[in-house]
Design a protein. Sequence first.
Length: 221
Amino acid sequence: MKHFHLKARSWHLDLDTHLNRLIPPSPLPRLPIYISRFLGYRASPTPDVGNILGAIWSFIGAFSGLAVIAAVFNHVDEIQAHHPPALIASFGASAILEYNAIRSPLGQPRNAILGHGISALVGVGITKLFLYHSDFAKIRWIAGAVSCAAASAVMLLTGTVHPPGGASAVLAATEPVITHMGWYFVGLVMLGTVLMVLVGLVVNNIQRQFPVYWWTPVDIR
């Protein structure tokens, strides 16, 4: 009896092979040390501070990052006009990557900012298509699943995988308050992520190093 096996094929799309040609060499080595340090540049590798100091800085970073986002969301009239949640839940997961697992590729600025932004964009776009259904409330869960799946695929293809982005895509479909915000949600996610990275540049570079790279780990010269 013949046995049939699906043969694995290597179908790979690497956008960086094309995009990296357009990226100029990093200017960080030429900046004053008091500036370049807080942009993640080190002339030599930064030694590990251990898990006790790491835990302290992770706590400070997560609190500071989320507090800054909440303060902006809750005190800017333009944002409040859209009645956003006090905090977008997916930022909690991002805080672990941005202030705890700071050397992970998943938490570097490109992945954090673009991954979140792309996922929110995909989530809102797919949700708007599902909203054409006359009984959206009953199929909202399907919209959430499709949004997360599509966001995951797009992040992988663009080299911007950021797991909390999947949560942003789900929230766009399943949380009525966020669904009502529509495209404005994408801007809020981008704003919150940028604020989180900015806080990380300060807190993470006091005794540690962040980011490990801005765009790619490949040395561009």
